[in-house]
Design a protein around this ligand. Structure first.
Ligand code: X90
Length: 277
């Protein structure tokens, strides 16, 4: 029986070992160029080109047909999407799943709205892989992944929300609040999957301290923390050091954001995903 895991490219990874996996690209579009968020994209170069070119840039999520192509005739499919509160990706995946199971009634599709992005999607994907490899049934995997998902959390540190504001994903007031040089925002994905700003700090160092305080307040478990960064390996390493000072046996994965998260989290942005009690 063929089981497939399909995600949109907001997960920042394009390949997974051991399972049948594909990442369906979102697109980043401005007047002169369209960038496809796949493994061939140089996200830092894209960000540089976009900031130099000025003008309006928008993004688009996978359509129903893109999802159906990625389902690839599998009998059991787990789909994970970026938060449905900020993107149409989840909706189109749900519609694709409905069409697929109408055409093939014996096949099964489970669509998960991550209510988040980047690192939280990777945590979900890695758990799905573990469950699938252990031989768990579709129903058991579905039940366990929902339970696991409830325990995940996303924090972020951003020094600009200009692109989010220009595309109506955060209110203009919040955007104006950090127009100032050197101001960082620390926030979280809310339970509804919206961007929620928690505090405003002067400088990254203070923002990272706030991240640790918030992680402690949320009772994070020292199993795995995933940090995705926008051209900011120094910030990711610094945060990693602070986390290990708290819990030295924590496993930390650090990687660069792909195209979609690179565009919205902007230069220096950090996304932090972890498990809580
Ligand atoms: O459908 C589309 O065109 C995609 C729109 C995506 C908009 C949101 C992307 C957020 C990327 C920004 C910081 C973290 C926010 C967390 C809130 C869930 C990352």
């Amino acid at each position: 029986m063929k089981t497939k895991v399909v995600c949109d490219s907001s997960c920042d990874i394009y390949n997974m070992e051991d399972i049948d996996f594909s990442a369906v690209p979102l697109h980043i579009i401005n007047s002169s160029k369209e960038y496809i968020d796949n493994e061939d994209l140089d996200a830092d170069k894209m960000a540089k080109e976009l900031s130099e070119s000025g003008g309006k840039t928008s993004t688009s999520c996978p359509g129903i047909g893109d999802w159906l192509n990625a389902f690839d005739d599998a009998e059991q499919i787990f789909v994970v999407t970026i938060t449905g509160a900020l993107s149409g990706s989840y909706n189109s995946a749900v519609q694709a799943a409905a069409q697929y199971t109408e055409k093939f009634p014996e096949r099964k599709v489970c669509v998960i709205d991550s209510k988040s992005t980047g690192p939280v999607l990777v945590l979900i994907l890695e758990k799905l892989r573990e469950l699938i490899m252990s031989g768990a049934s579709f129903e058991e995997t579905k039940q366990k992944i929902h339970k696991y998902h409830d325990k995940l959390h996303l924090l972020f540190v951003l020094s600009s929300v200009q692109n989010l504001a220009n595309n109506g994903r955060v209110n203009k007031l919040a955007a104006a609040a950090i127009g100032l040089l050197g101001v960082c925002l620390m926030g979280q994905a809310s339970d509804a999957g919206e961007l929620e700003i928690l505090t405003k700090c002067r400088g990254q160092k203070k923002a990272l301290k706030k991240v640790i305080e918030k992680m402690k307040e949320l009772n994070w478990i020292n199993r795995k923390v995933i940090i995705h960064h926008c051209n900011n390996i120094e910030g990711a390493n610094e945060l990693s050091k602070l986390i290990l000072e708290q819990k030295s046996d924590c496993v930390i994965e650090i990687r660069k954001t792909g195209g979609l998260c690179r565009f919205y989290a902007e230069e220096g942005g950090l996304l932090i995903g972890f498990e809580k009690i």
